[in-house]
Ligand binder design. Structure first.
Ligand code: CO
Length: 503
């Protein structure tokens, strides 16, 4: 007779298996971090092999039959805590999703991704979308097959979106981007009629070391724990976490552009505070992971824009900044600085866009992705469609593919359904920040005096500590008493930019 294990014992088995998988994945994350920061040129070859090996091990561990049996047994047990039951339910969901993929499809997707990525690099060098197009076409075909593998109810794109933002779907996004069009376009048109503030002084000479030092001080002020993280330099700024006690950020410094470093530091700092605030005791388990990409981005955008581009934030920091960069900023009054850092101007490149026009960049990619996945748009027509959208929504002519359809890496990675989370992040941020202002007495005075402890504490208690326990919309509703509502972003935008442009 076999002795039945108790739920406690089974849960400990599950936890041990999941932590082992997390250890492998985090070893991969460290190798990837190293690849982006310190890896010497010749190390790239074996590094690719090392990452592939670890990725295979993690995949094998997570899809083994024994884990499935354990998860199914545990999901029938009712004597576990709510968090434990949630972990089991989410792990089982993740497990069943992984098991849906036939091995042949995984291999095909992996080699197509590799080929598409290299074609994208080559296409950028030659500034010619045609070099990338056949590979992208193949990628889209595979992604369409993936939607069938994963399954969906209303729209195939929902299946892909679900990977990054569980609970979001085409009908939700269509509503949100319709609001973007109907209410942000008129605001943009009014702004376009006003004189644009001067921002030339942001492109004076800003020495590297001084920028680096200033960025570190911003991170410290925000509450980023340097005993549980560090900052380094990389080509593209990013945040990576190996566990809540080792969360790293990177930045990029351009001596001719103060803004680049400043807001990327604050942005990545926001991501990092979220990771440092996830519950350590849930390491390796779903409740120790971020809720979704949209919620992750809400944390970075809240700090970057709602806090870091506000007048009250710079009331505290601007004097210090002027002291550091005397020759560039001494003669520039605070209000001119504030207007310059919030300049609204339609442009070609998403990552350089301002807070308002940014969402048109995302909307365009969303419309294109939806079309490609549902089959109403073909990759051979993509360049023309792209250029037409930019003309229609932002009134800008796309001069070449580099500044157009080839600018983002996402499609070459096969990441379809990712872009919308950028906009969702800003909209969640506006709604969360409105609630924070209501619930934290004196928050604006605190920000004006450079004290962010109460805000960080509020985010820790209301967002960070839950991990994946709630979906993004559940979390939003729990914290703000309603589902995501674009109205909050619109109110924020009207108030802020109405003030700057005297509308
Ligand atoms: Co981000």
């Amino acid at each position: 007779m076999t002795v039945q294990k108790t739920s406690r014992e089974l849960y400990e088995d599950y936890k041990a298996k999941m932590q082992k998988i997390a250890d492998v994945r985090n070893a991969m994350a460290i190798l990837s971090w190293d690849q982006e920061t310190y890896l010497p040129e010749k190390g790239a070859g074996f590094r690719g092999q090392q990452l592939t090996t670890l990725s295979t091990i993690a995949h094998e561990l997570f899809t083994e039959d024994a884990l499935g049996t354990l998860l199914k047994e545990l999901s029938s047990r009712s004597d576990l805590s709510a968090t434990e039951q949630k972990n089991i339910a989410l792990s089982l969901e993740d497990y069943e999703k992984q098991r849906k993929y036939p091995a042949s499809f995984v291999a095909e997707l992996s080699s197509a991704t590799n080929a598409a990525y290299h074609a994208w690099i080559r296409a950028r060098k030659e500034n010619n979308f045609a070099v990338f197009e056949p590979l992208l076409s193949k990628m889209v075909a595979l992604k369409r097959r993936e939607t069938d593998i994963l399954g969906y109810e209303a729209h195939p794109y929902d299946a892909l979106l679900n990977e990054y933002e569980k609970g979001a779907d085409v009908s939700m996004l269509d509503t949100i981007f319709r609001d973007v069009k109907e209410s942000l376009l008129p605001l943009l048109q009014k702004i376009a009629l006003q004189d644009a503030p001067d921002k030339q002084f942001l492109n004076r000479h800003y020495p590297k070391d001084a920028q680096w030092e200033f960025g570190l001080n911003l991170l410290k002020a925000m509450g980023y724990d340097f005993k549980a993280g560090r900052q380094d330099v990389s080509e593209h700024p990013f945040t990576t976490s190996f566990n809540p006690q080792d969360v790293r950020v990177t930045t990029r410094i351009d001596e001719q552009d103060l803004g680049n470093m400043t807001w990327s530091c604050i942005h990545e700092g926001g991501h990092a505070l979220y990771e440092q605030g996830l519950p350590t005791e849930e390491y390796g388990l779903p409740c120790g992971e971020a809720a979704s990409l949209g919620i992750h981005e809400s944390q970075s955008r809240l700090w970057e824009n709602n806090v870091g581009r506000s007048l009250i934030f710079w009331q505290h920091h601007y004097g210090k900044l002027q002291g550091i960069f005397r020759s560039s900023l001494q003669a520039v009054p605070l209000n001119d600085f504030y207007q310059a850092i919030n300049l609204v101007q339609p442009s070609l490149i998403r990552t350089e866009a301002d807070e308002l026009t940014y969402h048109f960049h995302v909307m365009i990619r969303y419309e294109i992705e939806k079309g490609l996945i549902e089959g109403s748009l073909q990759t051979k027509d993509l360049r023309d469609t792209w250029n037409q959208y930019y003309l229609d929504y932002l009134q800008v002519e796309v001069p070449d593919d580099m500044k157009g359809v080839l600018q983002d890496i996402h499609w070459s990675h096969g990441s379809f359904g990712y872009f919308p989370t950028y906009s969702l992040g800003s909209f969640y941020a506006a709604q969360l920040f409105t609630t924070a202002k209501k619930q934290i007495p004196g928050l604006e005075n605190a920000i004006a005096s450079g004290a962010y402890g109460s805000l960080l504490q509020w985010l820790r208690e209301n967002i960070h500590r839950y991990g994946r326990f709630y979906t993004s919309n559940e979390l939003c509703e729990k914290v703000t008493s309603e589902k995501l509502n674009f109205r909050y972003f619109l109110e924020y935008a009207r108030e802020k930019f109405g003030g700057i442009y005297q509308l």
